[in-house]
Design a binder for this molecule. Sequence first.
Ligand SMILES: [Zn+2]
Length: 96
Amino acid sequence: MKKKLKANHSIVKLILDFESDTGFRNFCAHWKEPETEYSSPEIRDIVQNWKNIESKIECDNCHKFIRYEKVDGYEHISCPCRELNLKAEEYHEIEE
Ligand SMILES: [Zn+2]
């Protein structure tokens, strides 16, 4: 299991890259506006990208997504049950 999680380290970067994507930022900023049209291929690509990420960060055990938490000074990137856990040290390596 640990080996698998280590291999999944790249997912964190994938998410950060995705979040820094301008299109996605616009999507987040405007998705509540009913007059905004989001049926364009560009938005469909963004949604599809996110679906791909989602499928990799959902815990098979508790069926929750991984999330960032800081507990007692230790940084976790894991689901609530800690079954799915991206190691904090690895996360630090890609944190600017
Ligand atoms: Zn879990």
